[in-house]
Design a protein around this ligand. Sequence first.
Ligand SMILES: [Zn+2]
Length: 390
Amino acid sequence: MAWDLDGRSGGTGRRIGDLDRSLLLHCRTSQVTQAAEAADRSGGGLVVTADRGNLRGCLGRARHLREVDHYHRPVLLDAARYVGDGRLPAEAPFDPRWIDCQRDLGLPVLTDSGYLDRDDTAGLAGILERAARLGDAIALLPMHPGWLTDRIARQTLVRYVAAVGVPVAVVVEESANPFSPASTVRGLRQLLGCGVPVLVLRADLPVLGVLCSGATAVAIGTEPALRRLDPRRPVGSRPLIGVPRPSAVVRQCLSYAPLSEIEATMQRHPDNGMWHCECATCAGRGLGWLLDRPDGERSRTAFRHSVDVLLDLRAELTGPSTPLDEWSWRARCAAAASRRREVGWDLLPMLDHWQQAVAPPSTSRPPAPAARRAGGSTRFSRATTPRSAA
Ligand SMILES: [Zn+2]
């Protein structure tokens, strides 16, 4: 399999078809209409997750999206066989019908991989080599966080991915530790440096940092459950049942917050300059207008605002020079941490981790931006014969 290596010397994103440092919305099949409307902008697109294993429903909606709705932004399909208590292991074979249907729809082929547990090196090699044999696939790696945080495991991961040479889409499971370790960011940056296109899916807003570091695409979930991969629950525990509270992105804090929390914080800090929004939906209003929307429209308007802000951030943060993008992201993380402190919101460890991972700009002149090649092929093909990672 090959891919366009846009801006190779500048270290910018490695393009796969229309995926070019794209910011995708990771949504459920049932949310596609709303998500497609919101993400129909340059740099946007969708990852559609099968609801409760309903692959047929997911494929049917994707076909409708292409053939009836004429939605032509990038779309990936996520079989989500790595989720929940009944998840499949990494050794589970891919479903050839799932692969063929994505090809029939003209979509990038994302493998329907099972969960890659800690130390499952055979599982890692199996997913990568089966994906390589498909010839046109992105290997989905839904993984235990230890693959990024543990030094030896990280070296193994990077070595295998570089050796097999297929593009990878990473989903990182939440750490059992309530604070994701700083080494998660270091691990992702190391993976980005191994010479293959890397995507990070099912993530939260701080994943924008990966886009600044040259990822081909990232996907931010439309709801909390799609912004993380939960570890399997202990045997005998009860499922958590709860309705997600409507939330919205607060741009200057680089995070989602429940509308009720935004309202309460606005009342405490009405004049701190955080609430004014220039996104296309808010058009210069204060975020209070979201709260004032009628019940039936509040969530929908907050959703549109959030997607607008995310895509605005993506446009601002992805320039032709990766070092400049990373420095810009680092500065925004510092500013967001400061804002959160001002209003008494929880500090987000990921904002600190990014500041630690990216070296501050030196006084020497920054590297000149690399020229980006216009256009590019819409397919990718393998440049070299697959090599065994063993
Ligand atoms: Zn807005």
